[in-house]
Design a protein around this ligand. Sequence first.
Ligand code: HSE
Length: 438
Amino acid sequence: MKAINIGMLGAGTVGTGVAKILFENKEIIRQRVGVELNLRRVADIDIERDRGVPFEDGVLTTDAQSVVADPEIDIVLEMIGGDTIAKELILQALENGKPVVTANKALLAVHGTTIFKAAARNGVDLAFEASVGGCMPIIKTLRESLVGNRIKSMAGILNGTCNYIFTKITEQGIAFKDALSDAKEKGYAEADPTLDIEGIDTAHKLAILTSLAYGTEVNLNDIYIEGISSITPLDIEYAAQFGYKIKLLAISKDLGHSVEARVHPTMIPFKNPLSNVSGTLNAITVSGDAVGDIMLYGHGAGMMPTASAVIGDTVDIARNLICGSAGRIPLLSYQEDEIRNIPVLSIDEIETQYYFRLFVLDRPKVLSMISGVLGDHLISIKSVHQKGRKIDGSVPIVMMTHTAKESNVKKAVSEIDQLDVVSDKTVLIRIEDENEEE
Ligand code: HSE
């Protein structure tokens, strides 16, 4: 083999980064692989724009089908994203016997089974490191490095846009919508930023990681998803006063006969290293029975960090092609016939600690009424604080609970919100603080 020919579908932000690395680091990649990786065809709807990449004549085309059908192409890189034409093109490439690299989390989270089966049936590799956490090698870590471990849990900040918004509000007091516009301008947000804000992008990534960690197919609809739009600067400030930061966390736990998989704003203590992950950075902690806790940290989005992960995958596949091997690493880490359907625990069944923020009338017995409702639902209060001055005749009360069951908490909050002395809907934020409990 003298060279390996790459066909790329999509030359947007990540695709352009991939092309740049293939040109700028051509020689160092050749030294590591043994042959050149040659960017032979690139398909995009816009082939006129100057991307600052020296494509040779005839490389750019608007005909994506011709790239996946081209017998000269050894590896296809799908950098289109979304769930429109990308799925068909990936499937066609796989059916044509071409290994595929994709960064398409939305597609894998929803149609992963179809795509994985097509790769296995055709005996070709499919790699998707860039689909989760940009440059962080979390897929390789789960599928290869930690393969000897029973994974106990994972907790990750997997959406740079949400993390950027929280950081801007916390550090600079910038309004939510201004922080979001900023993230959009910087190119981190999805084309439809509700995917970021409502936690769906994080859930796509969590579905992929949960499958890999526990050898289960995860239905996206089984993941509890709550976005960040209900979090106010007031709660961010109160959280800080109690020694916590609020982050949009993806949480996954192995409970034996079921798994937890949930995405929601979460209060984590300052001593948790995830609390120091700021701006658009991503991070994930993985807890394994042998390894203990490990953490990966890096740029979860952006042109060059994401392209770095794509090139890593491309080189893995190129090395396999050189050795005449494919399918050496099972796509979901477990052998295909070992993949199970482990139930995802309903959010109502989870047990964790909670932060409540209420607005109540400043009158005698108000606290006893609220604590009475909590007691009726077996919720034990860890601390209560009346914060600050009256706002529109009401005072803010912040409560932290010991570990309680979510269904009980929801019932209690619904009863509390109906009390005459409560003047606004209670804000509820889950806390992950294992070391602080009982
Ligand atoms: N919109 C995503 C983010 C891009 O903000 O993290 C990377 O998946």
